[in-house]
Design a protein around this ligand. Structure first.
Ligand code: ADE
Length: 228
């Protein structure tokens, strides 16, 4: 999968993909990340990419021209499955979206800044608008990093243990059960004995019950909502 990311501060995105699972995905050739500096696509003086909003009001708006130049220059060599704008007023990102995006070949992510981007870009180029939660970040870059991480780890072959993504929280609309490792006893705190029993059918059943109980307590909405 290839993910192109348009940003005014591409350096912000150097770190998140240079370590751990994302780095391994890139090294294995399963994921390609291409950072595009929006300022390389402006024809305005001093690499300007934003301007005052028509109608007045505080805050700058990212101009249409540099964004369209960047998008159309990328579209010359890539057909995108989705052109995604990261914005707090988009659809809230969830595991189901991550699953869907992980099956695509080419994604283009656009990071907003300031008051947002000229609405005409949204009207004519964007296919999905995605928020990572009900709070406002100073730019879309951290949101883009969240999407890439959640999507990238689902690409087949990225995780060592192919089944481990299947037992994540939110797969099947359930939170993950508690997990334990050595030592079996620390101070007075004993690992649930069922996990030491070697009876895998019983262990699976216990994990399912724990998942259900956790989901009921913490996120009952997941049990009501088939779509989540
Ligand atoms: N840009 C600013 N805030 C954001 C959010 N919550 N999600 C996605 N992009 C954003």
């Amino acid at each position: 999968m290839k993910i192109d990311i348009i940003s005014v501060v591409p350096d912000l995105l150097q770190g998140p993909f240079a370590h751990s699972i994302m780095k391994r995905a890139i090294d294995k050739g399963l994921l390609e990340i291409n950072l595009v500096n929006l300022r390389d696509h402006t024809t305005y003086a001093r690499a300007q990419v934003d301007d005052y909003q028509f109608g007045g009001g505080a805050g700058m708006v990212m101009m249409i021209e540099p964004l369209v130049n960047a998008i159309e220059s990328l579209q010359k060599t890539t057909v995108y499955d989705e052109v995604i704008f990261l914005t707090p007023d988009g659809d809230t990102f969830n595991q189901s979206m991550a699953n869907q995006f992980s099956m695509k070949n080419n994604l283009l992510l656009i990071c907003g800044h300031y008051k947002g981007i000229d609405q005409r870009v949204r009207d004519h180029f964007i296919t999905r608008e995605v928020s990572i939660g009900d709070y406002v970040l100073s730019g879309g870059e951290l949101a883009a990093a969240v999407l890439v991480d959640a999507i990238g780890r689902l690409i087949p072959g990225v995780l060592n243990d192919e089944t481990s993504a299947l037992t994540d929280s939110f797969q099947d609309n359930l939170l993950a059960p508690p997990v334990y490792t050595r030592p079996e006893k620390f101070r007075d705190w004993q690992v649930p004995t069922i996990l030491m029993s070697g009876n895998h059918a019983k262990i699976d059943q216990w994990r399912m019950e724990q998942s259900l109980q956790r989901t009921k307590e913490r996120r009952p909405d997941l049990l009501e909502d088939d779509e989540a």
